[in-house]
Design a binder for this molecule. Structure first.
Ligand code: AHR
Length: 503
């Protein structure tokens, strides 16, 4: 087997910024079997007293998910939040127009908050700016966050929730630039609505943080003019602009697919520039940060979804079965966001359970971890602290519409509290291992704790209920420290986590 050589220089002082743990967030939408049959399945042997599946809660805890976006997604643009609170028997069954199903409203805001408590996660709540507007949004903030003594806060108390939910992070609608969105708007229309909605939401609770909708993908014809216009209207009232991006590989071109994290990088850079352009235009001291609140691989389920009949309850929708190859790109996407940790402050792997998700369940049956679970878990657990700025020399390849793609995609995190360094690396080479040399410079006196590797001879290998451990990481990587230099072989097409701690 041939080896290619690559080099990294790491220094304690080369820092990008402190990582906001919310970069490891995820997403639960009222869509398919994410809620019903995913997190919630009363009558299941694993259900707790609230009907939530304990096996799923345990897996979410394994991922250490700090924040979960809810309740959509496209769903939120047609949702009346009042349908999902109060006595269960009075909740209406409604036609859900975004995904064309029946929504039973058995789970709503209060139940979801209960679930978040059981999993130890915060919520990023989205308001409906599709069919609704400022009035319903401010009522929801009052219902959730106001302590008592007003109509909506007293209603929450009457519903059995004495303490306010204290939800800090709120999304001003979802993908309002997309023609598929219920209540799709132009940038001018959305910018004005988002500004006025933000104003009243912050009048109810000035401690909240708001995310305005950016573009639904880098490919939108209105990108980045959409961001410039929306920010022009909302700059003083919001805190983050959202980004969404999904990649797919229907052509089965691995080299091209793995290179697509470069598009994510370009997308982030352009949104940062646009935010800073509007900052300069407004002579503002405030910096708008990025909330990459939908990202993942999504394409495997497109055909099945296009053939499904409408109006059933919780049908299997967007159930991508992820391959080993998908896990490599997910690893690269995580590395890309860590490289921008100074500006990407929140991100949500879309989604969390059953719907384009790292966790799968079967109704009445078991639960298992998809391939993409592992890079997400590794970064969430070990990627806390400071994002370092590694200087990387790597061979490159060109394929499809990508030129000079480094075969080594890597970054590193320094956790000052534990005095640990973690290197995350993907070898994108289809044929060759990488012989990596890492100059640790100011990091002296460390030892290798472990070198975790996710590799597989079959790029299309998947995990299933019957064979849940087909693609799992091992920790038999060969990283070694000799003097101040770390040496490691990174196998062709592999995800690597090299952990170092002070001796
Ligand atoms: O995550 C699935 C869908 O993708 C979301 O509902 C929507 O926001 C995006 O288009």
């Amino acid at each position: 087997m041939e080896s290619k050589k690559a080099k990294i220089i790491l220094d304690k002082d080369f820092r990008i910024g402190k990582i906001d743990e919310r970069i490891y967030g995820s997403f639960i939408e009222h869509l398919g079997r994410a809620v019903y049959g995913g997190i919630y399945e009363p009558g299941h042997p694993e259900a707790d007293e609230n009907g939530f599946r304990k096996d799923v809660i345990e897996m979410v805890k394994e991922l250490k998910v700090p924040i979960v976006r809810y309740p959509g997604g496209n769903f939120v643009s047609g949702y009346n939040w009042e349908d999902g609170v109060g006595p269960l028997e009075k909740r209406p069954r409604k036609l859900e127009l975004a995904w064309r199903t029946i929504e039973t409203n058995k789970v709503g805001t209060n139940e979801f908050m209960k679930w978040c408590k059981s999993t130890g996660t915060d919520v990023m709540m989205a308001v409906n700016l599709g069919t609704r507007g400022a009035d319903d949004a401010r009522n929801l903030v009052e219902y959730c966050n106001h302590p008592s003594g007003s109509y909506w806060s007293d209603l929450r108390i009457a519903h059995g929730y004495k303490e306010p939910h204290k939800i800090k992070t709120w999304c001003l609608g979802n993908e309002m630039d997309g023609p598929w969105q219920i209540g799709h708007k132009t940038a001018e229309e959305y910018g004005r609505l988002a500004c006025e909605t933000a104003k009243v939401m912050k009048l109810v609770d000035p401690s909240i943080e708001l995310v305005a909708c950016g573009s639904s993908s880098i490919g939108m014809a209105t990108f980045p003019e959409w961001e410039a216009t929306v920010l022009d209207h909302t700059y003083d009232y919001i805190d983050y602009i959202s980004m969404h991006q999904y990649f797919g590989n229907p052509e089965k071109d691995t080299a091209n697919f793995l290179a697509s994290s470069m598009d994510m990088d370009a997308f982030i850079k352009t949104v940062i520039s646009t935010c800073d352009y509007v900052k300069a235009k407004h002579r503002s001291n405030k910096t708008i940060n990025l909330s990459f609140d939908e990202w993942n691989v999504w394409f495997h389920s497109h055909k099945a979804d296009s053939e499904r009949e409408p109006w059933s309850i919780a049908p299997p929708q967007l159930e991508d079965i992820y391959t080993f190859e998908d896990a490599l790109l997910v690893g690269s996407m995580l590395i890309t966001m860590l490289k921008h940790a100074d500006r990407v402050k929140m991100a949500c792997l879309a989604q969390l359970v059953n719907v384009i998700a790292p966790i799968m369940t079967s109704n009445g049956g078991g639960s298992w971890r998809q391939t993409i679970f592992y890079p997400y878990m590794h970064t969430s657990i070990y990627g806390r602290g400071y994002a370092l700025n590694p200087i990387i020399s790597s061979p490159v390849y060109s394929n499809g519409h990508y030129n000079d793609v480094p075969v080594l995609d890597a970054t590193a995190v320094y956790n000052g509290e534990k005095d640990e360094i973690t290197i995350f690396a993907v070898n994108k080479d289809l044929l060759d291992n990488i012989s990596l040399q890492c100059d640790l410079r100011s990091f002296q006196g460390y030892k290798v704790i472990e070198h975790i590797v996710l590799e597989n001879d079959d790029i299309y290998a998947v995990n299933t209920e019957e064979n849940p451990n087909n693609v799992v990481p091992h920790n038999r990587g060969n990283a070694k420290l000799i003097g101040g230099t770390l040496n490691a072989d990174l196998s062709k097409l592999s995800w690597n986590v090299i952990r170092l701690a002070k001796k």
